[in-house]
Design a protein around this ligand. Structure first.
Ligand code: HEM
Ligand code: RET
Length: 535
């Protein structure tokens, strides 16, 4: 105000110069004040040491400190972003100023120079090489395989029904940890898709499967120990785990190298024009595409990318299915509406689905998956590191600052989604004609697959895989929580897990033809049991 007054009374001469200088200083002062980012302090450290997973602590802090704030511990500090515009700035508008930062440190041991942690020219080159492998036609071909794997899952569940004591009047059931079921099912899917490898994790445990799980657990362990790096001094605590992890890496790498070599031989023996033939082959795997399109099979980046795809495709889909089933169990109206759609799409029981079926007959089911990814985004937080100083939402972000973009916070923000933000409501995305919410058509409020140049390249693959698996299982069975009144709890690694598994009771649906296409009712089942078929 005084500056404005001075300006108003300015009649020229030295007064004019003084007014100008004061106005400039005032603007500078205001800018500096605005640039001072809210800082979470006090007992934040205690909160972070507590029971809540990191992303839940960040949600509480977001509600206290707002959409961009800084979290500091002694010399360490990082910026937490919970705002669509700020997210867009970092991931899209000024994306070249950010690297994957900590993510590389967390995932280096298993992904090396793979696409997720890679930066700069290497990333650009690999993205250009890998993206064509997951084009539309490949995803359509894969959808057939998703159906096969899901049907195998249906058979597995079907075979285990009857292992629980029947409750009065409720028919035979089985109770099992669906989280672990989904983890095995999605491992089978991604093994086939990436390198045409049959893990068959739904049926067996073997050394390679064990080794893959050791690596996954290690990646998750590093996410939670290296990430809140204030928790442990250095990485010394990792050392005792190191050997087991090394052994697992050796085994999985060995398997990958064999698969690469086999594939190379196969492609070389094939004198037809590969690119045209690719999709009609019995194994249109990503590996086959990369080898045939000239990727150097001796290169470490090829192996790193295969491992990256294996982990990225496996962990995320398993988590999405787990939380979708949890949400459906708690929201029977949504479940019933979805069921009606699924039953109409597969009137005679579980059967193979195509991408056309998904696009035309399973739009609400598609929305169920998206809405589940809104409430439980996997991973809940994205990581970046600034290269040069930047301005985000009017605040200064220093160079080499670690930035956490909380997708969880954006997806659960009342400001952006309204009062019913926590409701599981697949209808919230509007008319079903276009069932695909994305960053652009939601103004960066829905960013389950990220945004900008580092956006997930497996988004359609993942969506179809999840819709097919969800539909098939729901067509065949009824699912309910074994302990509906007990919260499942959350734990974070790279993705969100339940605390003690997703324990569900599974019953064959009376109107379903079941996994082997022969069981139509409990009576049928009983007869068959008498004949020893289900023993
Ligand atoms: C990147 C989510 C499935 C491959 C990402 C990112 C997200 C994401 C959020 C961005 C990470 C960042 O910005 O830091 C998901 C979810 C999935 C899924 C929720 C399942 C529901 C898949 C599948 C594949 C895949 C099936 C492979 C077939 C990748 C790759 C990247 C990536 C290679 C790195 C892309 C790049 O940096 O250029 N994913 N993903 N993802 N995802 Fe996915
Ligand atoms: C996945 C595959 C999809 C893309 C990315 C991955 C890794 C994410 C990590 C996130 C860690 C987040 C944490 C948040 C805590 O609140 C899931 C492998 C980027 C490692 C620990």
């Amino acid at each position: 105000k005084p500056v404005r007054k001075l300006l108003a009374s300015d009649q020229g001469g030295p007064g004019r110069f003084l007014a100008y200088a004061l106005a400039k200083a005032s603007r500078q002062w205001r800018r500096n004040a605005a640039e001072r980012m809210p800082e979470a302090k006090g007992d934040v450290r205690i909160a972070l040491m507590g029971e809540d997973p990191l992303f839940v602590v960040l949600y509480k802090l977001y509600r206290a400190y707002g959409r961009v704030f800084q979290l500091s511990f002694g010399p360490k500090s990082f910026v937490v972003i919970s705002d669509p515009k700020a997210l867009k700035h970092v991931l899209v508008d000024n994306a070249d100023n950010y690297t994957k930062g900590l993510l590389g440190e967390i995932l280096d041991f298993v992904m090396g120079d793979g696409l997720i942690p890679a930066d700069g020219e290497l990333w650009k080159m690999r993205r250009r090489t890998v993206v064509p492998a997951v084009h539309r036609k490949y995803v359509a071909a894969m959808t057939e395989m998703f159906s096969e794997c899901a049907l195998r899952g249906v058979d597995k569940l079907d075979a285990s029904i009857g292992t629980d004591l029947p409750e009065k009047g409720s028919g035979k059931s089985t109770s099992l940890d669906m989280e672990s079921f989904f983890s095995r099912l999605t491992l089978d899917v991604i093994g086939k898709a990436v390198f045409n490898y049959e893990f068959d994790a739904l049926s067996k445990d073997d050394a390679v499967i064990d080794a893959v799980y050791t690596l996954l657990r290690e990646a998750e362990y590093r996410s939670i120990t290296l990430l809140p790096y204030w928790r442990i001094p250095g990485v010394s605590r990792l050392v005792p785990r190191q050997r087991r992890c090394e052994e697992a890496l050796t085994l999985v790498n060995g398997t990958l190298n064999t698969l690469i070599a086999d594939c190379k031989q196969m492609v070389e023996a094939d004198d037809e024009k590969f690119m045209e033939e690719y999709l009609s082959k019995s194994d249109p795997s990503i590996l086959r595409f990369l080898v045939a399109s000239g990727d150097d099979v001796t290169s470490k980046v090829l192996r790193d990318d295969l491992m990256t795809l294996l982990i990225a495709g496996h962990e995320t889909s398993a988590a999405v299915l787990t939380w979708t089933f949890y949400l459906l169990a708690q929201n029977p109206k949504v479940a019933a509406k979805m069921r009606a759609e699924i039953d109409a799409a597969m009137p005679d029981g579980p059967s193979a689905l195509t991408t056309d079926d998904i696009s035309n007959k399973l739009r609400y089911t598609t929305r169920v998956i998206y809405e589940s990814m809104r409430l439980y985004p996997q991973p809940p937080v994205l990581l970046r590191r600034s290269i040069e100083e930047d301005m985000v939402d009017g605040y200064k972000v220093r160079s080499e600052a670690d930035v956490f973009i909380s997708v969880w916070n954006i997806h659960r923000s009342e400001e952006h989604w309204g009062k019913d933000v926590l409701d599981f409501n697949p209808d919230r995305f509007g008319p079903l004609e276009d069932p695909h919410p994305n960053e652009v058509n939601t103004g960066y409020r829905f960013v389950a697959f990220g945004a900008g140049k580092r956006k997930c390249l497996g988004d359609m693959f993942a969506l179809y895989e999840n819709v097919v698996t969800l539909s098939m299982l729901q067509r065949a069975f009824d699912f309910e929580l074994v302990n509906p009144d007990e919260p499942v709890g959350m734990e974070t690694g790279a993705t969100i897990h339940t605390k003690g598994g997703l324990n569900m009771r599974v019953r064959r649906r009376k109107d379903s033809s079941g996994g082997n296409g022969t069981v139509t009712s409990d009576d049928d089942l009983l007869n068959q049991m008498k004949m020893g078929k289900w023993e």
